[in-house]
Ligand binder design. Sequence first.
Ligand SMILES: Cc1cc2nc3c(=O)[nH]c(=O)nc-3n(C[C@H](O)[C@H](O)[C@H](O)COP(=O)(O)OP(=O)(O)OC[C@H]3O[C@@H](n4cnc5c(N)ncnc54)[C@H](O)[C@@H]3O)c2cc1C
Length: 602
Amino acid sequence: MATEEKDILRGGQFLVKETNCEDVFTPEDFSEEQNMMKESVMEFNDREIIAHKARFEAKDYALTEEVMRKAGEMGFLSVAVPEAYGGMGMGFVSTVLTCDYISSGTGSFSTAFGAHTGIGTMPITLYGTEEQKQKYVPKLASGEWFGAYCLTEPGAGSDANSGKTTAELSADGKSYKINGQKMWISNAGFCSLMIVFARIEDDKNITGFIVEYDDENPNGITLGEEEHKLGIRASSTRQVFFNDTVVPVENMLAGRGEGFKIAMNALNVGRIKLAAACLDSQRRILTTAVEYATERKQFKTPIADFGAIKTKLAEMAANAYAGESATYRAAKNIEDRIAMREAAGNTHQEAELKGVEEYAIECSILKVAVSEDVQASADEGIQIFGGMGFSEDTPMEAAWRDARIARIYEGTNEINRMLCVGMLVKKAMKGHVDLLGPAQKVQEELMGIPSFETPDYSELFSEEKAMIAKLKKAFLMVAGGAVQKFGPQLEEHQQLLIAAADILIEIYMAESAILRTEKNAKRFGEDTQSAQIAMAKLYLYHAVDIVEEKGKESIISFAEGDEQRMMLMGLKRFTKYTNYPDIVDLRIEIAEKVKAEKKYCF
Ligand SMILES: Cc1cc2nc3c(=O)[nH]c(=O)nc-3n(C[C@H](O)[C@H](O)[C@H](O)COP(=O)(O)OP(=O)(O)OC[C@H]3O[C@@H](n4cnc5c(N)ncnc54)[C@H](O)[C@@H]3O)c2cc1C
């Protein structure tokens, strides 16, 4: 039965509506088919990617292409592609799952895979005409052709709509001539198709084109040398030059001037997939770290027995767990919204487009949070390995270098932080998410007398859920105050936007970890979830600290006198525990579990 609109939270609504744990999807909800897919992808990763890690690190670009082709033979490139165009037509969760489990072997393959299946293919499945889809998508889905996405230019990075590449209509009106230079193009070295963004005349917005590339008949396209990068060394990254490249008019994507919209929507999908692509790396880093830490002895003791190392193992596990919880929660929301729109009569294409767009806020949140967690995890992984961690002979070094790019591409983390708050404010203004009502209630609460009753927090997560509700109030107070003070000029106050984004991110991540654990505790028994409960509590504890710090700096920056004092008191109230968790004990419990299983085991 199709899910009803009322049952699914809209994007950003998590902030103002309580979510029941039964309504979140968790990795423990994978269907049999999804679990089979997961096993198959993991087996492929072990056999085809991890086994050849040294060759990837030695910049063996041909290997990346070869393994991509094998991924195509296995059907992994076509998971998200509708059956009508040669794909498997699996749902959004399965797409995310594939990105997750295929990505931990090396960032090189993960980038090639993401660039092809995401930004290289999605613009056509989402915006292509029937003819374009019939002509190109089956080739991309099978791996006969690989796709690249040419948006960035030397002068147009974050400001993606400012590109100088031009598209000029021919006198007979049958084709466009593309001229310009693109930079940092993943898969450029082995692609047969490029999604190219160019400007027609003085248009405000760029336009998207499907451009075929054949090195034997290059049509004015030349490639720069492979870039020498910090990480993802076997991911082909080149400049692409267009010199009078002729593209038939029928290869324009969507309409003239629609390119910026296409670029942004392709990136929304790319962002949640990128978050997923950082998850299995975190699992694998933790597993490798705990294996080493239980074997490596100093002072006649396995280093995993030292509190200092346990802290790291526990924090790494908790971050990975929260990342998984939030990524699959959002993935299922997107899948459900797509199904709902299809049931309401939208084509799959329209439904997918709108479904993903709806959760653009969550996609940005995930991109930022998970890309930073994987980097932190790899960093601590190196620390656990000590001097050996600094050596190319151990996997941590490459994991750390590979993780770094995730904070830069698919929109830098600065841009994504500002985007998630900006989009939320816009949604509120459009009436899609009612922030105003709840924000006013918070203001009234601030003026009122606080309750001095001691609540009953005996039930699992009752205090944590109350805390999440309070953190949401803290966000509404800070963001609401900032909007009131600056109005549309808020976008010029980047430090404030970034602080608000940090609060928003922590709320979503912590809430997701709690809801997943609560759901599992209810159905599998609390005793089976002891370490997971500890991880959810540990994650929340840090989240509360961040909300307090970011809230304080924000309030001080825009409020003065009595108003400032009232808001700071409110912040204190909204971040106060009745019973502080003993995070030292929580960390020990998590670390002991990971040590006993010698792997990320959740
Ligand atoms: C390995 C690799 C692969 C890539 N693959 C592709 C690809 O396949 N296709 C493609 O089109 N692009 C690709 N990119 C490009 C990538 O998307 C850009 O590098 C990214 O968007 C940032 O642009 P930039 O490098 O020009 O940095 P800039 O935009 O110059 O940013 C520099 C710094 O300034 C900050 N900044 C910029 N604008 C603002 C602002 N308004 N407010 C606050 N801070 C700001 C940024 O956050 C960043 O910290 C790739 C890049 C790399 C390194």
